[in-house]
Design a protein around this ligand. Structure first.
Ligand SMILES: [Zn+2]
Length: 316
């Protein structure tokens, strides 16, 4: 497959994946998958023949360190590795050994070991935890102040949209398209959500849906009748539909979405009286800030792809 990878790039790419949670092997692009498989194979001592139990122990060690972002267990992982020939069984079928790695990984693999792979992922996870803790602190400070922080001259919708923007940053930290949402009831934020369809392997995991799910669970009611929803990007048809089902009283959004916006940009589901009796809409609150976040994110992704730090076919 052409170009080889350097040890530093290997660690960097593994660390990026390591900053996520619940990553399904089947959801990875081919090269990412090979990188993960090769990292796991490096946990098997080179040139040694292992019993199944020993091989399992090696893979368990991998899954509790360098592979801790993966949503799998050692049995499933062993099967994947054997199918893709990253580990091989001997003729008798009882012994396991490390297979030969794909050419693009081979040189770098000779200078990497369990310790440096584990460290790269541990560092990424620490950094992510620190970022999240800092955001949470900042958010709690805002939320505790609630609507009281709004001064006479301030637009209450802008204050709440800023909290949605905070949520969008959480999505970005996980490599997801940065869209964030909050649900507000009686002037208080009761639920938050950010976009994470890729990491969750869930096409419905848009920020609005995530926030509405949390709010409905909290209230013990699938109707969110007296609630307002703030989201940084114009909702799509799915989310607009979910808001109508939830009887959201008011929607406030930031940037317009010319590709999938269902509140006026592509279609306007809220202007359709046969569908919508409930939801008032205010558009364009902090639209510049919300839109800029998205364009910066996509610019960064393009740069990373051009530099080869992200697979060209990676999502988003
Ligand atoms: Zn949506």
């Amino acid at each position: 497959m052409g170009l080889t990878i350097s040890p530093a790039d290997w660690l960097d790419r593994l660390a990026r994946l390591g900053g996520r949670d619940g990553v399904h092997l089947a959801s990875l692009a081919r090269r990412e998958q090979e990188l993960v498989f090769a990292s796991a194979a490096l946990f098997l001592p080179a040139g040694e023949s292992l019993t199944e139990r020993e091989a399992n122990e090696c893979l368990k060690r991998f899954l509790s360190s360098a592979g801790s972002m993966l949503a799998t267990d050692h049995v499933e992982l062993r099967r994947w590795l054997a199918d893709a020939a990253f580990i091989r069984r001997t003729d008798r079928g009882t012994d396991y050994r490390r297979g030969e790695l794909p050419e693009w990984l081979r040189d770098a693999a000779s200078t990497l070991d369990q310790a440096c792979l584990s460290e790269a992922v541990a560092t990424a996870r620490d950094e992510r935890a620190q970022k999240q803790a800092a955001r949470k602190q900042a958010w709690l400070a805002h939320a505790a102040a609630g609507i009281d922080v709004v001064e006479e001259t301030q637009d209450a919708d802008e204050v709440l949209m800023k909290l949605a923007i905070d949520q969008a940053h959480n999505a970005w930290a996980l490599g997801e398209v940065p869209v964030g949402a909050v649900v507000v009831k009686d002037g208080r934020v009761i639920a938050t959500g950010f976009n994470q369809p890729v990491g969750n392997s869930d096409p419905t995991a848009h920020a609005e849906v995530q926030a509405m799910r949390e709010a409905a669970e909290l209230l013990g009611n699938y109707r969110l009748a007296d609630c307002e929803l703030y989201v940084t990007l114009e909702p799509c048809a799915m989310c607009a539909g979910a808001m109508q089902h939830a009887r959201i009283a008011r929607l406030v959004y930031g940037a317009a979405d010319s590709k999938t916006g269902a509140c006026g940009s592509v279609i306007d589901l809220f202007a359709e009286p046969r569908l919508n009796h409930h939801t008032q809409v205010r558009a364009g609150v902090l639209a510049g800030e919300c839109g800029e976040l998205l364009s910066k994110f996509f610019a960064e992704r393009r740069e990373l792809k051009q530099a080869g730090a992200l697979p060209a076919d990676s999502d988003p």
